[in-house]
Design a protein around this ligand. Structure first.
Ligand code: SAH
Length: 394
């Protein structure tokens, strides 16, 4: 196996089990290593420290184990997936009677850097973010079937947009095991069409489940604006919660189509719901004041990289300021950021300056994050990405 030697002193983060080796930490590579290969990582004192998948880029090794004697084989995948499943059972989500939609593997949060698996009923959707995981996809799929012990019948692989483009892996989306046209999943009793083929992420934003459930409790008799609605998750919960009206807005016509489908799946001829394809900034600019007393802002990651941070923070400030300006007295604002590059404090500061620019009295009711099936690896704070605030606006 090829070996990677670190520069002196660069082993510190690995000693504290951080699962990434950055290119700048590497002094030399021994052997003919190819993208996706397993490599052993050694300190400058020639001591073994970690083993993982090699990749060209800023993160050069994604660590799979810190144990020199642990082989990366069928047993390895089985035991890591078993652990991930045990965690979801401990949370209570794997066996929930009204829910068959959850995240089984959340990358580093489950000690499987580069891998995501979401479960939708009898179908698992698997997504590789590294060449190493891509090459192991068949092994992982087989191990998954064993671990899920009959609960999964199909494994769909959806990595076309998540794998490094330059690696030229020739990947295609498709079923690795089974194959089914059935694509309706159930989240806390609500039905959703999941678009494995073309949808964002694995087809659905599983990470907003608990926040949607919280919104349901606030929806009664309110006029709701669900901005950046995508598949309409928040809209469906608002309707079940007894909202007076729900407006779903997204710039993508396809998203509006999906939202309408999902509302129709759960409510027949419900004339409380309206959906329009429009730009968020434009809509908020032109909408009348006091129209809504519950607004959800769940924009796409404004900052995909650290260098885009300034613009992203401005984006959050602008969009939240518009909501503060227009929301009715006694209104509730659910506002989110899913940018990994924006931390909790930076997001909160943006929302704070947005509120201050309007001079309204604002109180924080809830501070939200990703749900327990998207766990944060304690040694890898970067795995915490979703941030949300629920605000009361006087
Ligand atoms: N709230 C959703 C997830 C939102 S994803 C859920 O719970 O599932 C972000 C969405 O924002 C995408 O659907 C994307 O089409 C939409 N979007 C991106 N830019 C936009 C803009 N300028 N105006 C309105 N929608 C936008």
């Amino acid at each position: 196996m090829s070996r990677i030697y670190l520069k002196s002193g660069k082993e510190e983060s690995l000693k504290r089990f951080h699962p990434w080796v950055f290119s700048g930490a590497i002094s030399r590579i021994e052997g003919n290593v190819q993208e996706g290969d397993l490599v052993d990582v050694y300190t400058s004192h020639k001591e073994f420290i970690a083993k993982g998948h090699y990749q060209v880029g800023s993160i050069m090794v994604r660590v799979l184990t810190f144990d020199e004697h642990e082989a990366i084989d069928r047993d390895f995948w089985r035991s890591r997936l078993q652990e991930a499943y045990r965690k979801r059972t401990a949370i209570g989500i794997a066996q929930h009677p009204d829910n068959n939609t959850f995240r089984l593997v959340h990358g580093e949060g489950d000690y499987l850097s580069g891998l995501v698996i979401d479960i939708y009923g009898q179908t698992a959707v698997m997504q590789a973010h590294s060449a190493g995981m891509h090459y192991q996809r068949q092994e992982i799929a087989k191990a998954l079937m064993e671990v899920m012990d009959g609960k999964i019948k199909h494994v769909y692989y959806k990595s076309e947009t998540t794998l490094p483009y330059k690696a030229d892996l020739g990947q295609e989306n498709g079923f690795l095991i089974g194959g089914s046209k059935e694509n309706i999943a159930i989240e806390y009793g609500m039905k959703f069409h999941i678009d494995w083929l073309k949808g964002q992420k694995t087809g659905f934003f599983v990470d907003q489940r608990e926040n949607r459930a919280l919104l349901e409790k606030y929806a009664k008799d309110r006029s709701v604006l669900n901005m950046f609605c995508y598949t309409g998750g928040f809209s469906v919960y608002a309707l079940r919660g007894g909202a007076k009206s729900v407006y779903s807005i997204d710039s993508s016509a396809k998203a509006i189509e999906l939202t309408k489908q999902n509302v129709a799946l759960n409510f027949t001829d419900d004339n409380r719901h309206n959906a329009y394809a429009e730009d968020a900034f434009k809509y908020l600019d032109t909408m009348e004041k006091d129209k809504y007393d519950l607004i959800v802002l769940d924009p796409p990651a404004f900052a995909k990289h650290r260098d885009a941070l300034r613009n992203a923070l401005q984006g959050y400030r602008r969009i939240n300021a518009k909501a503060f300006e227009k929301i009715k007295h006694g209104g509730i604002l659910f506002t989110f950021s899913c940018s990994q590059a924006v931390n909790k404090d930076q997001f909160r500061t943006s929302v704070f300056s947005a509120a201050a620019s309007t001079g309204r009295k604002v109180s924080i009711l809830h501070q939200l994050t990703q749900p327990a099936d998207h766990p944060v690896n304690i040694y890898h704070p970067e795995s915490e990405y979703l941030k949300g605030l629920v605000l009361y606006v006087e």
